[in-house]
Design a protein around this ligand. Sequence first.
Ligand code: C2E
Ligand code: MG
Ligand code: MG
Ligand code: MG
Length: 277
Amino acid sequence: EAKDAGRNTLRFFDPAMQAALETRIAMETDLRRALTDGQLVLYYQPQVDSARRVVGAEALLRWQHPQRGLVMPASFIPLAEETGLIVPIGLWVLETACAQINAWSQAWPNERFVLAINVSARQFRHPDFVSQVRELLQRSGVAAERLKLELTESVILDDIDDAIRKMSALRSLGIGFSMDDFGTGYSSLSYLKRLPLDQLKIDQSFVRDIDTDPGDKVIVQTIIGMGCNLGLHVIAEGVENDAQVEFLEKQGCHAFQGYLFSRPLPADEFARKLLAG
Ligand code: C2E
Ligand code: MG
Ligand code: MG
Ligand code: MG
């Protein structure tokens, strides 16, 4: 009887659970409003080649919240995924990125400049994803070669045949694909060979302690060697110091992204610092 009462208490009146639920509902309402009220912003972080030329950038989402200030993606992307809001948000990201490419098209540092965009699981899995991207390219007039989509291993492995189908369809238009956070998932050589990828992006967790951790050194060496042997472009994320670049470069890494070169910047600042001269 006491046990039953306990269960009922827990089920019908637990103030902590109630509070958590209310916070979540408030967050969801807020996030919905973020999209309609224009509170979402893209920041841009440059990617450089071994000559330190800016060859591209990654678009990184932020939420300019009226009360909470600048909110980082780790605090709202998971909720956006759970609620399905990631689908319209992801479309907003793609649209904004294309508009930015058009706005910058006069000031490209070079012909190869490519903008990388993160695509989440639920967004990629949506049956309309390919047609939405195709329509967006037509509508914006952006050349597909200017875009690269970053997918994580788990997104691809979730349904590998569907992923390959979608990637191939978009790749035939000219869109590139990068595997983000590479090394943290369950990659195996056999499926890596099957995937229509252009780039491997070494996860920052391996780059961080590259100087001091022999295990990370070997992992990074292996990833770069494997990528090169498969004919893929290899980029490292989270590069913060010269020693890291030196090691990565010696192993044959093609491009670098990290605070050493620049933090992610708002569009105007990115253009002023990195596209002007
Ligand atoms: P990610 O795609 O792996 O992005 C790299 C993250 O590392 C970014 O964090 C970036 O600001 C940070 N970073 C860059 N350089 C350095 C460095 O030198 N040191 C360190 N410690 N960190 C560095 P951010 O912007 O907080 O984004 C976190 C994650 O949120 C991203 O990881 C990505 O998975 C997700 N995300 C960001 N924007 C979007 C988006 O538009 N759509 C979706 N679906 N996910 C996004
Ligand atoms: Mg990324
Ligand atoms: Mg990454
Ligand atoms: Mg990462």
